[in-house]
Design a protein around this ligand. Structure first.
Ligand SMILES: Nc1ncnc2c1ncn2[C@@H]1O[C@H](COP(=O)(O)OP(=O)(O)OP(=O)(O)O)[C@@H](O)[C@H]1O
Ligand SMILES: [Mg+2]
Length: 395
C-alpha cells in the first residue's frame, strides 16, 4: 500500500488572525491557555497523519476534540491556518478555487451525519447529483446511479422520494451519492452516528463489504471506539485539537499510553480486537526427524510437507519413535485443529478441543506457530500495557 493522504503539521485556529495562537501552541501552550490569553479557539494543533491508500483510517475523540475540523479541512470546507494536506503529494491547501472544485468533484467526497438529500428529487436523482455537476451525460449517470443503488441495497427505491425512506435508508443514499462520484477518497463524518444500533451495525458491515471491492481511502470520523475498532485499519485519537495516540487498533487497546485513551479502551471486548497472532507462540524452524520435516511444539510436533503445510500432528511420546525410524503415517494419528493467524480470539475458542494442539497458519496455510487456551486467556485478561507474549515454542 502507498500513502494517499498526508496531513502535515496542520493547525486550525478559529476567531481571528491565527499567529498569536500558533506561536503559543508551538511553545507548548494548551488550548485553554490560548483561549484565555488570546480569545482564539484551537481547532487543530499540529496534526500530522499518514493515510495509506485503500485503508479505513479512523479519527476518534471526545466532543470538541477537533475531529470535524480535521475532516472539513481535508476538503477545505474549513480553511487550515497552517500546514499542508497532501493528496498523492499535491498540497490541497495551495489549490485555487477552480482546482479545488475539481478535486472535490473527482477525488474527495464527503458523507455527513445528517446527509441532506434534495427533498424534491427522487432517490436516483439524488445519487446522480454529483455526476450531473460534472456534466456526465444523462444516460451514463443514470446507469451509474442504478448500479450504485444496487450496491447499497436500494435497487428498488430509485424512483421513490427521500421522505418515503427510513433514516438508515437515507444514509445509504448519502453513501451511494458519495460512491457514485468515483472519488477515491471518502470522508465520513459521524456518518452512522444518528442511526439506531442495529441499522448502524448493518451499515458498518455494508461498508466493510463494499470496501473489499472498492478499496477507497476512507477517513472515518467517530466518537465511538467500538466503531473505530470494527472499521479501522488505523486509529488516531484526538484531544484538544491534537492527536494524542495513533496506531493499529489492537496496539492501542494493549497500550493506551494515557488515561484519556484508556478510558475508551476499558470496556472493549478484547476477544473481538485481538487476533490469534497476538496470543501465538511462534514456531521454531522445522527439525529433520527420521527424514521428515517436523515443527516441534509443547505437546509434540507438526509434520509438514515441503511447502510448510501441515500433514499431521505427532504426539510428544511418539516423536522418539519417529527418531528411531518408525513409519510416520501411524504416528500422525493424533488429531489437531488449525486456525488462521488473522482470526480473532473469539473464533479460536471454537477450535479448542480438550488437549488437542492448535496449529496457527499464515495466509498460505503454512504453520507459523501454535496457540493454547492458556495463552488466549492470558491475552484476554492482560492489563493494558502488558508486554505482548512473544516467547518461542518449547522444544
Ligand atoms: N465554526 C467554528 N467557529 C469557532 N469555533 C469552532 C467552529 N467549529 C468548531 N469550533 C471549535 O473547534 C473545536 C473542535 O470542534 P469540532 O467540531 O472539530 O469537534 P468534534 O471533535 O467534531 O466534536 P463533536 O464530536 O461534538 O462533533 C471546538 O472547541 C469547537 O468549539
Ligand atoms: Mg464533529
Amino acid at each position: 500500500m502507498s500513502e494517499r493522504l498526508k496531513i502535515d503539521n496542520l493547525y486550525k485556529i478559529y476567531g481571528g488572525s491565527p499567529e498569536p495562537a500558533i506561536s503559543r501552541l508551538r511553545n507548548g501552550a494548551t488550548k485553554d491557555r490560548v483561549l484565555a490569553e488570546t480569545g482564539l479557539v484551537v481547532g487543530l494543533n499540529n496534526v500530522s497523519l499518514s493515510i495509506e491508500s485503500g485503508s479505513i483510517y479512523m479519527i476518534m475523540g471526545l466532543s470538541g476534540s477537533g475531529k470535524s475540523t480535521l475532516a472539513r479541512c481535508v476538503n477545505r470546507l474549513n480553511e487550515p491556518s497552517a500546514g499542508k494536506i497532501l493528496l498523492d503529494g499535491r498540497d490541497l491547501v495551495a489549490l485555487d478555487e477552480q482546482a479545488l472544485r475539481e478535486v472535490r468533484r473527482t477525488r474527495v467526497s464527503m458523507v455527513f451525519q445528517h446527509f441532506a438529500l434534495l427533498p424534491n428529487r427522487t432517490v436516483r436523482e439524488n445519487v446522480e447529483f454529483g455526476l450531473k455537476l460534472r456534466r456526465i451525460a444523462p444516460a451514463v449517470r443514470r446507469r451509474k446511479a442504478e448500479e450504485i443503488l444496487a450496491v447499497v441495497g436500494l435497487a428498488a427505491w430509485g424512483e421513490r422520494m427521500p421522505h418515503e425512506l427510513s433514516g438508515g435508508m437515507r444514509q445509504r443514499v448519502g453513501l451511494a451519492r458519495a460512491l457514485a462520484t468515483d472519488a477515491d477518497v471518502l470522508i465520513m463524518d459521524e456518518a452512522f452516528s444518528a442511526l439506531d444500533p442495529l441499522i448502524r451495525a448493518e451499515m458498518q458491515d455494508e461498508l466493510l463489504r463494499l470496501q473489499r471491492t472498492l478499496q477507497k481511502t476512507i477517513l472515518f470520523i467517530t466518537h465511538d471506539f467500538q466503531e473505530a475498532l470494527k472499521l479501522g485499519t488505523r486509529i488516531a485519537i484526538m484531544a484538544d485539537g491534537e492527536v494524542v495516540r495513533e496506531g493499529e487498533p489492537q496496539d492501542i487497546v494493549l497500550d493506551p499510553q494515557s488515561d484519556y485513551v484508556a478510558e475508551f479502551t476499558r470496556d472493549v471486548d478484547r476477544s473481538r480486537v485481538f487476533d490469534v497472532r497476538s496470543a501465538m507462540s511462534a514456531a521454531a524452524a522445522a527439525d529433520l526427524i527420521g527424514g521428515h520435516r517436523v515443527v516441534l511444539c509443547a505437546n509434540g510436533g507438526f509434520a509438514i510437507d515441503g511447502d510448510g503445510r501441515v500433514k499431521g500432528h505427532i504426539a510428544r511420546a511418539r516423536i522418539d519413535d519417529l527418531r528411531a525410524g518408525a513409519d510416520i503415517a501411524p504416528l500422525m494419528a493424533s488429531s489437531f485443529s488449525a486456525i488462521s493467524a488473522d482470526a480473532k480470539l473469539l473464533d479460536v475458542s471454537r477450535v479448542f478441543t480438550a488437549g488437542q494442539p492448535v496449529a496457527v497458519l499464515d495466509g498460505d496455510d503454512c504453520i507459523i506457530g501454535t496457540v493454547s487456551p492458556e495463552a488466549v486467556l492470558r491475552q484476554l485478561s492482560s492489563s493494558p500495557a502488558a508486554p505482548k507474549s512473544k516467547e518461542k515454542v518449547h522444544v
